[in-house]
Design a protein. Structure first.
Length: 411
């Protein structure tokens, strides 16, 4: 199977040498070839260059991309795409004045989603999730992290992980599963939180590790959820099964979760709507990437991550959707790239770097995904006709995509 894309107006995020992370001021650079071609065999990028050098390819399929932009598919490194039902009634409650915290205190929020998920069959959960996954792929995402975390019991968490595994088997997209071991404290454990921590460390983590489908462990380190000691106990338990942290930290309060994540070699620390100088210092010199989730800030009307502070300190940044029923019910990375420009004050180049190479880094897959590089996976977006790639974030809430190609196949 071979595919040649010709007359590409701008081929963007092109790297001769494999690039696996882009930091600080380098995020302002986005390598481009104007009037380019791209040649793919099976699931792999084989060659690219200027159109006047496009010779000697005997491709089975040719796509003429005159007037169009070609770029790597989005790498969405933080989602909760597997969930059951929705939380539209809480959405209306918030419009009418209740806060996210007040809704959670009344037994809504994550506990509400957990109850629905526990009462949903595995097949039904799979069908609902597959539909969401297919929608986000059609919007240009080719690699996506999916967390468990709406189970809150061993049985329901394993059900979520099996559904993620099935999605992984049945979808063309690259799926990275994460065990979100500690997302909320169930009602029956409210007055005995330590028992729940023990349940997570002694039962959930070992049983989840037995399934052998995830390399990552996540904790919602936040007031009213899991404090810094709880988080450390869970990370230690994860470490014994080689689970690397990817953490929910600093969404509403600064508890020191970023420094703790760095201490445990977290791949990413995500949310960061609240961030101080100590957090920035903790990230410097580490292998941990900050992930901003502007869809959550938009939907909950909470502060946006101070992305400039992070990038201007020389650090790398990724952006992701946080697709979930409570705080960000959208898996549209095009909107996230736009929100990163408008609200986080990223340039289009920085936003695209954050959503491609750095998103892939935040899933541990940037050696094979996130850029147009020979030998990398052929995961490609072809846009509708446009004059410049900046139109992708500029025309917010508009669908810029004409074709999505994953593993060399048009979806
Ligand atoms: N903050 C924790 N977890 C999710 C939201 C969970 C929910 O409200 O269902 C998040 O990343 O925003
Ligand atoms: Zn999340």
């Amino acid at each position: 199977m071979s595919l040649l894309i010709t007359n590409i107006k701008q081929l963007i995020q092109v790297h001769e040498h494999n690039t696996t992370i882009i930091k600080g001021s380098d995020m302002k650079k986005l390598p481009i070839i104007e009037n380019a071609y791209l040649y793919i065999e099976n699931d792999t990028i084989i060659e690219f260059g200027e159109m006047n050098n496009c010779e000697g390819f005997d491709a089975e399929t040719i796509i003429d991309a005159t007037g169009k932009i070609v770029l790597p598919t989005w790498c969405d490194s933080h989602t909760h795409t597997v969930y059951a039902g929705d939380r539209t009634s809480e959405f209306v409650d918030r419009i009418n004045g209740l806060s996210y915290a007040e809704i959670a205190q009344k037994g809504g929020g994550i506990l509400n989603s957990a109850k629905t998920l526990q009462n949903t069959s595995e097949d039904e959960l799979f069908e609902q999730s597959l539909q969401r996954l297919n929608e986000l792929i059609a919007m240009g995402t080719g690699a996506v992290e999916i967390k468990s975390g709406y189970g809150l019991t061993v049985e329901a968490e394993l059900k979520m992980l099996r559904v993620i595994k099935r999605l992984k088997q049945e979808s063309l997209a690259k799926i990275i599963p994460t065990l979100l071991a500690a997302h909320a404290i169930p009602e029956e454990f409210k007055s005995k939180k330590q028992d729940y921590i023990n349940y997570i460390t002694d039962e959930l983590i070992p049983k989840a590790a037995e399934l052998n489908i995830t390399n990552f462990v996540d904790v919602f380190c936040e007031e009213g959820y899991f404090d810094i000691n709880d988080t450390e106990a869970i990370l230690k338990a994860g470490q014994t099964f080689n689970l690397q942290p990817k953490l929910h930290v600093n969404q509403f309060n600064i508890l020191g979760g970023i420094a703790l994540g760095v201490k445990y070699n977290a791949l990413s620390v995500d949310h960061l709507e609240e961030i101080n100088d100590n957090d920035i210092e903790a990230l410097k010199g580490s292998n941990t990437i900050a992930v901003a989730l502007p869809g959550c800030s938009y939907f909950l009307s909470i502060p946006y991550t101070q992305a400039r502070k992070i990038i201007d300190a020389g650090l790398p940044l990724a952006i992701a959707t946080d697709y979930n029923p409570g705080s960000s019910p959208s898996g549209n990375m095009n909107f996230i790239v736009s929100a990163a420009c408008v609200k986080l004050k990223l340039t289009p180049e920085e936003a695209i770097n954050a959503a491609t190479v750095n998103g892939a880094y935040a899933m541990g897959i940037s050696n094979m995904y996130g850029s147009i590089t020979r030998g990398k996976k052929a995961n490609i977006i072809i846009t509708k006709p446009m004059n410049h790639y900046s139109e992708i974030p500029y025309a917010f809430a508009h669908n810029p995509i004409e074709h999505v190609i994953i593993n060399g196949q048009q979806v």
